[in-house]
Design a protein around this ligand. Structure first.
Ligand code: NAG
Ligand code: NAG
Length: 240
């Protein structure tokens, strides 16, 4: 996720602290699985930070992120924030999964409900606005506002909900995950779609293969019914 975050130029500055928190949270997840042992092929397999210290580091990272999180909306107050909040939910669930606790359970239930109310089925196209900085007429060309859209980010909620279901074994979380994947499934090509050369979601023809490889299982880049572009990012996220 760090790569996706840093590929959004307009939000980088505001998200620097957030990314840092995710880094800590992510490294904690790796360590959390290794409270007893760590894989010997790691460059430094000896973990000298005690489990208590690691838990404290992760809890602090989540708290730090919570300080810039809008707890009323359950979202971050940044353009195109929907994906980041989903990632954050997953980090909170991971914390409880690693510590066998329920610290974030009730909060997460509230947040998932709010996130789903915001975008039914967690289906959202990421929108990031890039604005020009210059004001000289010479650079008028650069005054445009560019919107970036990508379909895959709502599925982060599916990933996060599965983490939460693993941590709490509560069926509501499984329901969130199923609805998120159901949304992405609508935009993923089935064998039948590929054979028919069309998708119920698209008005354009769907190619059968790309350089000899079947397009079955590919997920569309955006919702626009005239766009037939498939993208590796949503495809990979959907599959995992
Ligand atoms: C937090 O979200 C609520 C509900 O969407 C909104 O009314 C409020 O303005 C937000 N707070 C900030 C600081 O943006
Ligand atoms: C996890 O927590 C539950 C409930 O508190 C407890 O019954 C269980 O033994 C714990 N599991 C581990 C591995 O600590």
């Amino acid at each position: 996720m760090i790569l996706s975050l840093s590929s959004v130029p307009s939000s980088i500055m505001r998200l620097r602290r957030l990314t840092l928190s995710f880094l800590l949270g992510t490294s904690f997840t790796a360590s959390g699985q290794a409270f007893s042992s760590s894989p010997s092929q790691w460059r430094k397999p000896q973990i000298t930070v005690s489990p208590e210290q690691r838990i404290s580091l992760a809890a602090n990272a989540i708290q730090e992120t919570m300080n810039i999180f809008n707890q009323t909306s359950g979202q971050f107050n940044v353009d195109g924030n929907y994906v980041y909040s989903g990632v954050f939910y997953g980090q909170m669930a991971d914390f409880d999964l690693a510590t066998n606790g329920t610290r974030f359970k009730d909060l997460l239930m509230t947040y998932f409900l709010k996130a789903e109310a915001l975008n039914p089925g967690f289906l959202a196209e990421f929108v990031s606005r890039l604005r020009s900085l210059a004001s000289s007429p010479t650079y008028r060309f650069f005054f445009r506002t560019i919107c970036l859209r990508q379909l895959q980010f709502g599925v982060m909620y599916g990933w996060a909900a599965v983490r939460a279901y693993s941590a709490y074994h509560e069926s509501a979380f499984l329901g969130f995950a199923e609805r998120s994947w159901g949304s992405m499934r609508l935009y993923t090509l089935s064998n039948n779609d590929v054979a028919a050369g069309k998708s119920p979601r698209k008005s354009v023809q769907v190619l059968k293969d790309c350089s000899g490889a079947s397009l079955s299982g590919g997920t569309f880049y955006i919702r626009d019914d005239k766009s037939s572009t498939l993208s590796g990012l949503p495809t990979g996220l959907f599959l995992t």
